[in-house]
Design a protein around this ligand. Structure first.
Ligand SMILES: *Cc1c(COP(=O)(O)O)cnc(C)c1O
Length: 366
């Protein structure tokens, strides 16, 4: 059978709501309010200025973001932020910035940060295969650190922090790429949050950065313009040609979150129900499905698990594809199975997956 888009459990780029896809489709031919294709509208047009303004307002509304934050729409993905953050905040610092190494993606951050200045890894889950996250008493934060950096949801291993880390007197920086706008996040407790769009809030090409105003007071003077947050702030995210289409689709997703879902609290409730359904199934499978993450640290966005053997996992993936499911193979770094249940994956799609898994288990246990 060919894949069904409603059964797309891809880790990223992830699924988008069907109503958003229909509006995006229409906009490629003609954006209703202006009669032009979104792919051929000037980024200097009044229409696009209004798109940026509305998107910024929607993000502020959804997160209750105070006025002293800039909302920036950048390019270069989360990976660009791995460098831009230390280029901005580690400049001429002698005490190290503190990093938490909780999975594949926070491992990718470290070499980029080390290039820019001193860092200290205050906790690593590498020895236990990133199956769990640190408890508070394992984390000794220094008051002298220029900032602390962590990833709220490790997309590959499926572990997610359910609390804010760090000290209130040290700037917190967080990569929220795979759980941004999936739940309330206490944004005002962070100095800088970044999240690319392509996991949970849109197509690839745009990265949202929320940055507290005072962080821009002491930016190195010699940064390339494109790598200086101030350039983007002064230009209202229109410093050079931005990804107009990607930004427009993220706007449509925020309208969907506000008008159809009813905000991030409501979204979180739906996401919790989806995740609980799958984790209950793993837990009651008598070891047929083996969840990767320890239960207290499980992600509400990425449900990673194994079966008894790689052969059985391959069979699972083949049968799942036959049934119309897609995106279920684990990240190439660790294999196994991963069901990513981002905002746009509906509860009924998750129920279908659970039904399939139940059935697969019954056919493969004696
Ligand atoms: C996917 C992912 C990245 C990589 O993002 P790019 O936009 O491809 O650079 C970084 N961080 C997290 C948490 C991710 O899930």
């Amino acid at each position: 059978m060919t894949p069904k888009n409603s059964l797309n459990f891809s880790g990223g780029p992830g699924a988008l709501p069907e109503s958003v896809l229909r509006l995006a489709q229409e906009s490629i031919i003609e954006v209703p309010e202006i009669g032009l294709s979104v792919l051929g509208i000037s980024h200097r047009s009044d229409w696009f200025s209004a798109v940026i303004t509305e998107l910024e307002t929607n993000i502020r509304t959804l997160l209750g973001l105070p006025e002293n934050y800039h909302v920036l729409l950048l390019q270069g993905g989360a990976t660009q932020q791995f460098s831009m953050v230390p280029m901005t905040l580690l400049h001429r610092k002698t005490s190290p910035a503190e990093y938490i190494h909780s999975g594949y993606w926070s491992g990718k951050v470290l070499p980029e940060a080390r290039r820019e200045g001193p860092i200290r890894v205050i906790w690593s889950g590498e020895a236990n295969g990133f199956r769990r996250l640190p408890e508070d008493d394992e984390l000794l934060f220094s008051p002298d650190a220029p900032y602390i950096h962590y990833i709220s949801n490790e997309t590959v291993e499926g572990v997610q922090f359910d609390r804010v880390l760090g000290r209130d007197d040290v700037p917190r920086v967080c990569d929220m790429s795979s759980d941004f706008l999936s739940k309330p996040c206490e944004a005002e407790r962070f100095s800088l949050i970044y999240a690319h769009a392509q996991k949970n809030i849109g197509p690839a090409g745009v990265t949202v950065v929320l940055i507290r105003d005072e962080l821009l007071n002491d930016v190195p003077a010699d940064l390339p313009g494109f790598l200086d947050y101030r350039s983007h702030s002064h230009a209202h995210s229109n410093f050079n040609t931005p990804p107009v289409f990607a930004i427009y689709v993220v706007l449509l997703v925020t309208r969907w979150l506000i008008n159809e879902i009813g905000g991030v609290e409501k979204m979180a409730q739906i996401n919790r129900n989806k995740a609980e359904l799958l984790y209950r199934l793993l837990d009651s499978s008598n070891g047929f499905y083996r969840g990767r993450a320890e239960s207290q640290d499980r992600s509400m966005m990425n449900v990673a698990f194994n079966l008894a053997t790689p052969e059985l996992e391959n069979k699972f993936l083949t049968r799942a594809a036959d049934a119309g499911f897609s995106g279920l193979s684990g990240h190439r770094a660790i294999g196994g199975i991963r069901a990513s249940i981002y905002n746009a994956v509906t509860l009924s799609a998750v129920e279908e997956l659970a039904g399939f898994m139940d059935n697969f288990q019954r056919l493969h246990t004696k």
